[in-house]
Ligand binder design. Structure first.
Ligand SMILES: Nc1ncnc2c1ncn2[C@@H]1O[C@H](COP(=O)(O)OP(=O)(O)OP(=O)(O)O)[C@@H](O)[C@H]1O
Length: 253
């Protein structure tokens, strides 16, 4: 579904992502793991069009999408979640979803300023999509609550709903289980499984290894920007390079 070829991003002299190849298969959950600073978030920023690669190619369903900006990638079906700190705390959950949808998929503001008929129709469609996404993540009952008044776990679900409201084919989840407790982590893992069952292709960055080992179809391991391993969870947990470089030899599946 998404072919990533020799993707590279340099910041000055620092190579954050170094010639990474990966094939994200349709309907799979692909995890990207690695120590802090390994290049995981930069990798997501590259495939979502947030950053332009220094070199390399991105092929989405056979189409070359290298260098497309993020709003075009969103329209083409690649959506990413952001940290929950990017939500508007004082706005309601549903308004966050509607505004988020527009920010991610539109460029012009004229329609919004003049509230054209087309704009109003689109807004209504957005609202329906947003409610559908909230139902999917089991947060429909929170629609009219300000984000500031909901739990951290609920914010995580809202962040996922925000991505789902753009009707993506591929959803990039950046640490969906960061900063929440074990029970809530299990609930989120269930949600990711439900996404897969619903036909979404999922890429996930997550530090919680147990969760990843139980969820992922494939895992790619990054270290200092480079891919050092790729395989199924059981292959990765037995990979000597991974155990040494990433897990410091202390991890046993
Ligand atoms: N906008 C930027 N400008 C300059 N350097 C950056 C930028 N974004 C990331 N980097 C650098 O790129 C490298 C990879 O960072 P990145 O955030 O992608 O790693 P990560 O694997 O996501 O880490 P973490 O698990 O801590 O989130 C780091 O050395 C970081 O300092």
């Amino acid at each position: 579904m998404l072919k990533i070829e020799q993707l590279t991003k340099q910041f000055g002299g620092n190579v954050a992502v170094n010639s990474v190849d990966l094939e994200v298969k349709q309907g799979n959950i692909t995890a990207i793991i690695g120590p802090n600073g390994a290049g995981k978030t930069t990798f997501f920023n590259l495939i979502s069009g947030t950053f332009r690669p220094t070199s390399g190619r991105l092929i989405l369903e056979g189409q070359d999408v290298t260098n497309k900006p993020s709003y075009q990638m969103a329209r083409l079906g690649v959506a990413r979640t952001f940290q929950t700190t990017k939500l508007f705390e004082q706005a309601t959950v549903i308004d966050n979803l509607i505004v988020g949808h527009r920010l991610r998929t539109k460029t012009g503001l004229l329609g919004a300023l003049f509230r054209t008929k087309q704009y109003r129709q689109e807004e209504e469609k957005c609202r329906e999509k947003a409610m559908e996404a909230l139902r999917f993540v089991d947060a429909e009952q929170l629609a009219h609550r300000p984000v500031a008044n909901i739990s951290q776990e609920a914010k995580k679900r809202v962040a996922i709903a925000l991505a789902l409201a753009t009707d993506p084919k591929i959803v990039l989840l950046d640490e969906p289980a960061g900063g929440i407790n074990a029970d809530e982590t299990n609930g989120l893992a269930e949600l990711v499984r439900k996404m897969k069952q619903a036909g979404y292709t999922v890429c996930i960055i997550e530090h919680k290894m147990q969760m990843i080992m139980n969820l992922a179809d494939r895992i790619m391991v990054l270290n200092q920007g480079a891919k050092i391993a790729e395989g199924t969870p059981s292959e990765i947990s037995r990979n000597e390079t991974v155990i040494q470089a990433y897990l410091g030899g202390a991890y046993h599946a």
